[in-house]
Design a binder for this molecule. Sequence first.
Ligand SMILES: [Zn+2]
Length: 504
Amino acid sequence: MSFKVLTAEFMHESNTFSTHKTGLPEFRRETLMLGEEALKKRGKSNTGLAGALSCAAEFDWDMQHVVSAWSEPSGPVTIEAFEYLVGLIVEAAKAQSFDGILLCLHGAMVAEHSDDGDGEILARLRAVVGPDLPIAVTMDLHANVSKRMCELAQILVSYKTYPHIDLKETACHAGNLLQRTMKGEIKPRTLRIHLPMLEEANGGRTDIGPMIERIAKARAWEAEQPGALAVSINGAFPEADIAEVGPTVLVTYEGDDRLHRAFAQSLADDIWNRRDEVINTYHTVDKVAQIARTYPRQNGPLIIADYADNPGAGSYGDATELLRALLAAGVEDACFGPMVDPAIAALLCEQGVDATVTVAVGGKSDPRFGGTPLTVTGRILQVSNGDFIGDGPMIGGLEQSFGPSAVLLVDDIEILVTSAALQMLDLQQFRAFGIDPAKKRVVALKSMQHFRAAFEPIASSVVVCDSGALCTLDYGRLPFSKIPRPIYPLDREMTRVTPPCSGV
Ligand SMILES: [Zn+2]
């Protein structure tokens, strides 16, 4: 029997402290594709859609893909963008009758009119398809999963890797469970344990540290425990001033919930008990500049990651503190990217290659976080429309764009000045603009963790700094008002609060 399945991708991680709202122009610049176009451009990459397509082939689904929408994390999604995109999905669900729905969401979306954007999507769909239609959802490992989401979707499965290299695999997992549910083989539901923390101690890193063991336990539980269908360990997204921020452990299961609940609680306890085991060393910008100044040339560059100005977590990407320190230290044979400044990028494009210019770059979105504009004089090496196609493990084959961009050589640092804020996670983000990071002595980039997938293989060493930009680890600087208190680490001395359990 062939089932009719509706699919959609609508993913956004919303930084509620960013003043840059995420509207339709932002989605259009990154990813906003309807049905056929999405299948063509995203169907063969590391995407949820690719996983859905593989299920469709395996199970002979009559699959209708409505839309794929993604934008780099930024401020809350505008009412206009949210209503348009959710409207497409809800109208498609209304127009025909389906046997099931597979949605690829992020799980940390905030809209201007809803702090629980993903829960709102599910609520709108339920209003149309009723309470019983099987709905499976894939999520990012950094989801802030609400109680409502677990009540509205039977199946929720998160990525198990950070860097996220298992988007397709996660959708295959969710799609398999959806197929079994549509066939009537299983009757899944999802339970949730929520922790009173802003995030897991290492932001959910799965390459080293305690998450390795937790993910192994999750996989073993899925494989061996009767009734266990999916275990998701969400590290959370802390730059969200919402009531349901924080890490969660989910188990999608069938049958008696007691064993699964106890298992989820044991993972949650481990997250809580190891909350002080921070693996990264977060240097100051001056410290990393000093390391860079004397770093010996060897096989592969020193990579310096600015954790705090990561556009992949909604930072503006225009913080200047790190660049200022590198220039002051006289660091040679280096590249830096991105420096997000649309006005200066446009000016450089207008001036053209080989022109020498003096400009005040960056520091314009909110100089309280990451520094004021930096005046530099340099020569333009390249100008570009900013388009590139990824070739690494995360975005291989996917088209993205920095918008009008230029490379400016200042002293001995090649600076990639861009219009759009994108996290550095693929070598093509430098190479497409004439910079070969593998051949540099020092590579400074803006990313927390995703850069490791493509850049660690070319690196001789990696150091991380906190420039004080919007995603600083100094959470006390962020004006939280809606989060529940006490919460770790803002209320560091708090005693254990038993995390509330919820499920259906
Ligand atoms: Zn993530």
